[in-house]
Write a protein that binds this ligand. Structure first.
Ligand SMILES: Cc1ncc(COP(=O)(O)O)c(C=O)c1O
Length: 377
């Protein structure tokens, strides 16, 4: 397979161990195992700790344990544990789904910009990829009329992501239903990357229910990486018709075989106790949004943004006549602040910011960024 380099991943790995203030991360501030134990009820923490010590470290159930698949199944309408496949992050879920459902020559419509995998893997398979831009002169949003003009009777799949990485825009329940109608008319699949499901903002928009359950060919992809702050567990999943889960499992036999056993165990406890983790997320996000809103107001002559209403990401526009890849490299190398270059998303003049990090790091990182941007004006 010929596949283009994953621009943002390469940029992040170049800088992430060198900077002091990473304020573009796509996840919420990560939890340690000790943090997890402190957030879940004491009786469950005691059982989890014992199981971590006593579980033989053999291979795990290939599809993910029944415990984990069934707790996830309860979060989707009309879904059983056989419709869920546990994967090595949402990234493997997407990869398997593209390989099960697409072949060379298929027509696919993909949101743009996107978490790069969502366009690059269909391209590498040899699909004809059309890009549905969410970047407009009056803001970031999905234009469903434009989508209607792109979907054809031979379209095989529509790929969306909501809340969206990197712009933070999102689809409402009625938008999702309109996309379902369009897909149904053309008998095509919808892959909805819901990596940012469950990340709501105090005073923001509520995230509509998942794609799975709205449409027989609607697939939801999820992960513990973003809403649960445990990306190091590398646990993701998808919810789809059982035959798709079976077919993806068939490919997975050649890729990662089974989820990591302890990760499956910890993810199950984390998902069962999700409300406690979401309360912790809300505190971080609320603090960072206050900081960000004040910072954008104080520095309105050099930066602007469309504040996200859910999820963790947004793009900031800066006033300097320098490419974003140069600004991002200089910020990381000279100042120690990581803001991802919009160039990696085809969005010149912008930097990606994440509102899920430690509030002190976030505040200091923004102050350092303003100083730097003023120095290069
Ligand atoms: C939209 C989107 N999908 C998938 C992923 C992959 O996440 P995971 O850590 O679950 O593999 C990411 C990670 O940033 C993402 O932003």
């Amino acid at each position: 397979m010929q596949i283009e380099p994953f621009a943002l991943e390469r940029w992040m790995t170049r800088w992430e161990l060198l900077v002091t203030h990473d304020i573009c991360e796509s996840g919420i501030k990560p939890l340690s195992l000790g943090d997890v134990m402190g957030l879940i009820p004491a009786s469950e923490a005691a059982v989890l700790e014992q199981r971590i010590h006593e579980t033989p470290l053999g291979y795990s159930e290939a599809r993910g344990t029944e415990d984990l698949r069934s707790v996830l199944a309860t979060t989707y309408a009309n879904t059983s544990s056989d419709d869920i496949l546990i994967t090595t992050g949402a990234i493997e879920a997407n990869y398997l789904l593209f390989n099960v459902l697409l072949k060379a020559g298929d027509h696919v419509v993909v949101v743009d910009p996107a978490y790069q995998q969502l366009a690059s893997v269909p391209k590498a398979i040899g699909c004809q990829v059309d890009h549905l831009s969410v970047v407009h002169s009056d803001g970031y949003y999905y234009d469903l009329d434009e989508l209607r003009g792109m979907v054809r009777p031979d379209t095989r799949m529509i790929v969306i992501n909501t809340p969206h990485n990197p712009t933070g825009c999102m689809l409402s329940a009625s938008d999702l239903n309109e996309i379902v109608e369009l897909a149904r008319e053309n008998d095509c699949w919808i892959l909805c990357d819901e990596a940012y499901r469950w990340i709501e903002h105090p005073g923001g928009m509520s995230i509509p229910g998942p794609m799975r359950g709205r449409y027989e060919k609607g697939i939801s992809v999820g992960t513990v990486s973003k809403p649960f702050g445990v990306p190091g567990l590398r646990i993701g999943w998808f919810a789809a018709p059982a035959e798709i889960a079976q077919a993806a499992w068939g490919i997975r036999d050649y890729v990662s075989l089974s989820p990591a056993k302890l990760s499956d165990l910890i993810a199950t406890a984390v998902i069962r106790n999700r409300e406690a983790i979401f309360a912790r997320n809300s505190e971080i996000i609320a603090a960072n949004l206050v900081t960000a809103n004040q910072w954008f107001t104080d520095n309105a002559d050099i930066v602007s943004w469309q504040a996200p209403k859910a999820g963790l990401l947004a793009m900031m526009r800066y006033a300097a006549d320098l490419d974003s890849s140069v600004v991002a490299d200089r910020l990381a190398g000279e100042v120690g602040v990581m803001l991802a270059p919009g160039d990696a998303f085809g969005m010149p003049g912008t930097l990606r910011i994440g509102v899920g990090q430690d509030p002190r790091i976030f505040r200091e990182g923004l102050e350092m960024t303003a100083q730097f941007l003023r120095s290069i004006r």
